[in-house]
Design a protein around this ligand. Structure first.
Ligand SMILES: *[C@@H]1O[C@H](CO)[C@@H](O)[C@H](O)[C@H]1NC(C)=O
Ligand SMILES: *[C@@H]1O[C@H](CO)[C@@H](O)[C@H](O)[C@H]1NC(C)=O
Ligand SMILES: *[C@@H]1O[C@H](CO)[C@@H](O)[C@H](O)[C@H]1NC(C)=O
Length: 139
């Protein structure tokens, strides 16, 4: 008897949550942006893109990079160095490291649809419709 009553309560809760989320989706379509990591400078070359929902909580690009890595580490693995006060600097995607020395000069350029970003991954907050691209380019 007790079990039956609990089941009824749970079913009702599921109905309420289900109806509520459908209504919310209808009113506010999911806002997204796309993130691409691309390298055609040295092997292994790759060009991987993912569409991610913009979070309700204010989030920086580095937070979305973590989400992409959680979804598919084989396409969006990254390596960073933390600089005090400045935040994270991207060293590598998918183990392809940027190099800056006498014989080789390249870096992971970050851009959106308007061009190169002048802030880093710890500062930039992706906006709805953004096309953020990380590309290994020659310096
Ligand atoms: C990477 O793929 C996207 C489509 O997903 C394309 O628009 C873009 O030009 C490609 N970039 C390179 C460097 O091939
Ligand atoms: C530059 O860095 C690359 C990769 O670490 C290395 O193979 C190369 O020998 C370096 N060149 C010089 C001049 O240090
Ligand atoms: C960047 O591009 C978007 C549209 O693609 C535009 O709405 C926005 O104003 C641009 N931002 C800047 C700073 O140019």
């Amino acid at each position: 008897m007790k079990t039956a009553r609990y089941s009824l309560v749970i079913v009702c809760l599921m109905c309420i949550i289900g109806v509520h989320s459908t209504a919310a989706d209808h009113i506010r379509p999911i806002r997204t942006f796309t993130m691409t990591v691309t390298n055609s400078l040295k092997t292994p070359m790759f060009n991987n893109s993912i569409t991610l929902p913009i979070r309700w909580i204010r989030s920086r690009l580095i937070d979305y990079m973590e989400t992409a890595g959680d979804i598919d580490q084989s396409k969006f693995k990254f390596t960073v160095t933390y600089f005090a006060k400045l935040g994270y600097f991207v060293n590598a995607f998918n183990d392809v490291y940027s190099v800056w020395n006498a014989s080789e000069k390249n870096y992971w350029r970050i851009s959106n649809q308007n061009g190169s970003l002048n802030v880093g991954v710890s500062t930039y907050e992706p906006q709805k419709g953004d096309r953020v691209v990380f590309e290994l380019v020659s310096g």
